[in-house]
Design a binder for this molecule. Sequence first.
Ligand code: GDP
Ligand code: MN
Length: 392
Amino acid sequence: MKIQEADAKTLLVAQGLPVPAWKLARTPDEVRAAAQGFFDAGNARVVIKAQVLVGGRGKAGGVKLAASAAEAAEVGARILGMDIKGITVRKVIVGGAVDIAKEYYLGAIIDRATRRIVLMASAEGGVEIEEVARVNPGAIHRVSADPELGLLAFQARGLGLAIGLRDSLLNQFVTIAQGLYATMKANDADLVEINPLAIVASAAPDGTTTQQLVCLDAKITLDDSGLARHPALESLRDRDEEDPTDERARKLGINFIRLDGTIGCMVNGAGLAMTTMDLVKHYGGEPANFLDVGGGARRETVSGAMELILDDPNVKAILVNIFGGITRGDEVAAGLISARASQSRAVPMVVRIVGTTAEEAARLLTEANLETAVSLYEAAEKAVAMAKAATR
Ligand code: GDP
Ligand code: MN
């Protein structure tokens, strides 16, 4: 689950990371009021940033500075309602603008190969890190944390040295890197990114300036499977931007991933779903989705899953493959029959149900004139033939 910059920053602050203050605003008037607060606090300029769950907002015109409350309201009016990569901007954050001396990149991800949290840093910050990885991969430095010991100070220091930080800035970097690691752990995040991590100059009342590292941008994705351990984080889900299909699938308790083929698959169990997709491909077809209805699926789940499949206009045939264990075959068959009765469009379908109450399922399906198959091979072959016939 992706969360907005403002929420990501809140999670960073909770781990003690340095993030300049900000306020959320949904209207130009709210932008004006927030900006006025920052000007009253002594800021010379404010920054207004679109809150959308995509990167590259700066380039798209979604990050702008303003030098007065009136200008901030104008800029806010321009950004609110703007379309950034297909998403309408509904909210912005307003913050005191800082003077950036240099921008770095700092990120933490889970490296599934080593099964560790890896920290990555680069002196080429501000720009999209994917671009740095492509053009100049040597500019990205990495260190992996031990799952028991965490990210040790010397490791963080090595990373900071590699991107050219020294003295006080290096010490600040160590604290920030360890805070990033702590943010990953505390929230079961699978990605935490600060880009830019910026050196900003701040003036003390006596006229001396010091350099500080601050997190100007924050991007966090949470591990969906870890959310059960953090019920409070569920409230950070941004329903404005969630794919409605994902939300429907989640409510039904279905694992659903859309693909670009023509054969809709409805299967129980992730492994069986993978096998089913493999066999579809084996017979020369392309799956339109991965769909696992889960264990013990009831008829409402089955008809909900059917609607998700049929919503994809590319679907030309449907393959249902159910291995009844806890799931009852007759329950699935009944779900399929009622879904067929009320479905939005007629798509050929072949059903294979084995295991618990398979005989009852077969009887129901035959009575309803639905095409069945005994083996998975037969089912996959039939589905591919149906899809081919439909596209011809
Ligand atoms: P992104 O484009 O979606 O990654 O959004 P960012 O939050 O990273 O903002 C893009 C760029 O805007 C940054 O790389 C900075 O150069 C600039 N920016 C963001 N905040 C400030 C600020 O407070 N002051 C100044 N001068 N520039 C800022
Ligand atoms: Mn950024």
